[in-house]
Write a protein that binds this ligand. Structure first.
Ligand code: HEM
Length: 127
């Protein structure tokens, strides 16, 4: 019987889904000349950890970081100072959407994931 209390993270496939999405998402972000400049001072293991935290968070899963509000705000202050804005946020959202489509995640689950991410916009962009 379906468990209606199962979290988004569990429904999407848990850590295996995060790992599958990680490499695809990471390549898309780092291949985009508009986004690369924000990551030049970030070392690679750190960046992979960031992407993993990002995906785990987006899928509504457990994470070792206090993401909400102050956390996301502080983590992105430097990028905002370098000019990060809505257009960059939109690109990251689009790459996440594309990644999940490539992994054949259902439209309904993708909509849920993207709404979690959308909820972070004002914090990430320090608005
Ligand atoms: C779309 C919503 C976003 C979410 C939910 C998100 C989430 C995160 C998380 C969880 C971290 C790790 C923070 C830490 O470890 O303290 C992080 C760091 C970071 N994010 Fe984002 N992020 C988002 C969008 C963006 C965008 C649009 C950019 C720039 C194009 C960006 C650039 C960065 C950078 C440069 C770091 C810091 C890496 C470092 O420590 O050097 N993020 N983000």
């Amino acid at each position: 019987m379906e468990n209606i209390t199962e979290s988004l993270y569990e429904r999407i496939g848990g850590e295996a889904a995060v790992d599958a999405a990680l490499a695809i998402f990471y390549n898309k972000i780092l291949s985009d000349p508009l986004l690369q400049k924000f990551f030049v001072e970030t070392d690679i293991p750190n960046l992979m950890q960031k992407q993993k935290s990002f995906l785990t968070f987006s899928f509504g899963g457990p994470s070792d970081y206090t993401y909400w509000q102050r956390g996301l705000r502080n983590a992105h202050r430097g990028s905002v100072e370098k000019g990060m804005g809505d257009e960059h946020f939109d690109l990251v959202v689009r790459y996440l959407d594309d990644t999940l489509q490539e992994l054949s995640v259902s439209k309904d689950l993708i909509t849920e994931v993207l709404s979690v991410v959308e909820g972070t916009r004002k914090h990430v962009l320090n608005k």
